[in-house]
Design a protein around this ligand. Structure first.
Ligand SMILES: [Zn+2]
Length: 254
């Protein structure tokens, strides 16, 4: 009576967790993170954008990630603007341009992704329905705590206040993850708050980044600070958060 509001304790506190993912095609750089992930027993998702058939080296690198228990998800063939493609080319044209070629390269190499990350965070309900009908179990979009325009910061929201980055175990299949790249300008304190909220609410916080870096990105780089990732992993361990791969999330049933 009257206690079912926002601050009610979680029904399943043991579900509290973190779902980390990494986008694009940094196969070698991601492999170098394997010892770090092992140290924290972290299982994560790699969303591969796949413009060409995979080389033997690529296949070996992806197999190593998969053998570690990580998920290989899919991130498109040409990394295009899906809403524009589906409007201009129709559903078949979109599938033949963005989805099928790269997926067949992955399938030929022995990978069958069940999760998809929208290139550039661009999508709409029509794109989502086509992808869900194609067999993807979960679609991941992008959430930003900060936006800038021509070098000026328009806003910066403490990310713990972004409800969409928390998975509520409601079998939702269209989700958002918070960008943790340098460009997001997140502080260590803000990240701790983000993880603590997942713990308190019994939810899984979804985070993602691109290239692992040891120094701020050059003009052509985009990625996250490996030391920042390690802080996230250490806090997750302290809080005893579960690690989820993206395809795990909608499988958790009440
Ligand atoms: Zn991307």
């Amino acid at each position: 009576m009257g206690l079912s509001g926002c601050d009610s304790p979680p029904k399943h506190p043991e579900r509290a967790g973190i779902a980390l993912s990494f986008d694009d095609h940094f196969l070698r750089e991601w492999n170098e993170l394997i010892p770090l992930f092992r140290r924290y027993n972290a299982k994560v998702t790699f969303f591969i954008n796949c413009p060409d058939s995979l080389s033997l080296e690529d296949i070996t690198l992806l197999k190593q990630l998969q053998n570690e228990g990580h998920e290989i998800g899919y991130h498109g063939t040409i990394h295009g603007v899906s809403t524009q493609m589906i409007q201009d080319l129709g559903v078949d044209g979109y599938l033949h341009t963005e989805i099928r070629p790269g997926l067949s390269y992955l399938n030929n190499a022995g990978f069958y992704p069940t999760s998809y990350a929208h290139p550039g965070g661009n999508h709409n309900a029509r794109v989502d329905s086509v992808l869900l009908a194609s067999g993807f179990q979960i679609l991941r979009d992008v959430a930003l705590a900060e936006r800038s325009y021509k070098g000026f910061r328009l806003y910066h929201i403490p990310p713990k206040y972004l409800p969409q980055i928390y998975y509520d175990f409601d079998q939702e299949r269209v989700v958002d993850a918070l960008l943790i790249d340098y460009s997001a300008n997140l502080s260590s304190e803000e990240m701790k708050d983000v993880l603590k909220k997942a713990k308190a609410k019994g939810k899984a916080v979804m985070l993602f980044g691109h290239e692992p870096l040891t120094a701020p990105p050059t003009a052509t780089q985009y990625g996250f600070d490996i030391a920042f990732l390690e802080e996230i992993l250490a806090t997750a361990q302290e809080l005893n958060l579960k690690f989820y791969r993206m395809s795990d999330l909608p499988k958790v049933r009440n």
